[in-house]
Ligand binder design. Structure first.
Ligand code: ZN
Length: 233
């Protein structure tokens, strides 16, 4: 099974469409989204509609949760909150309901899918240290765990050494961000996991960044979110 894995779309329709085209061209059989459909970008309705059509499973991200849970707003900066207000203004009740019903964790046979970490997934920790990865491993019951949230593609194995998937070890894998990469490469990031030969394919996809940025400015959202798309961080 070829599984396309995407995360952190952040209402960037242009990036999402480009990634979906590329994943289809590479014959994925299933699509899984690791959350943060909204926030930062100007096209939350379109992104939600596309993912409802295309994704076989989707988990809840922190920006998604903030749409229906004001208690977590202190976790967001004033500019992020400005986008949350914009997003809430334009989403219909049915779209908000869709976000509300997204699960924090999806468990498959080989892989577990979560936005932030399995350790307190609703408190949105970032898996950016070995300590945080260890806390995740303590809750991991499948060989693989796919996470998003950091916007940086990569993976962690619970043991160092030459990399080859090995039975009995577990791995945390991040596909990077579709809509707002933060590793200095502005192209949209995504991943294909092929469970037949345990291959990971990290992809970068060019998209119309100018158009996504123009949409952010036109919507009156903070300029920094338009400018950072060009820079990739
Ligand atoms: Zn995000």
């Amino acid at each position: 099974m070829r599984i396309g894995i995407i995360s952190d779309i952040h209402a960037n329709l242009e990036a999402l469409e480009a990634v979906l085209r590329e994943l289809r061209r590479r014959n994925i059989e299933r699509l899984i989204c690791l959350g943060d459909l909204v926030g930062y970008g100007a096209s939350p309705r379109e992104v939600i509609a596309r993912l409802r059509q295309e994704a076989d499973a989707c988990v809840l991200g922190n920006h998604d949760a903030a749409i229906f849970d004001e208690q977590i707003w202190p976790l967001f900066s004033p500019n992020q909150q400005a986008v949350l207000r914009y997003t809430r203004r334009i989403l219909g009740p049915e779209e908000v309901d869709y976000l509300r019903k997204l699960p924090l964790v999806v468990r498959g046979q080989v892989a577990t899918y979560v936005h932030a970490s399995l350790h307190e997934p609703g408190r949105w920790p970032y898996v950016t240290s070995l300590e945080e990865a260890q806390r995740l491993f303590a809750h991991l019951e499948t060989p693989l765990c796919f996470v998003g949230h950091t916007h940086i593609a990569g993976f962690v194995c619970e043991q160092i050494g030459v990399f080859r998937f090995r039975p009995g070890l577990r791995y945390v894998i991040n596909p990077g961000s579709v809509g707002q990469p933060r590793d200095g490469d502005p192209r949209a990031s995504a991943l294909i996991f092929d469970s037949r030969n345990w291959a990971l394919e990290f992809l970068r996809v060019e998209y119309d960044i100018r158009s996504a940025a123009a949409r952010i400015l036109k919507a009156g959202l903070p300029r920094e979110y338009a400018e950072r798309l060009e820079k990739g961080y």
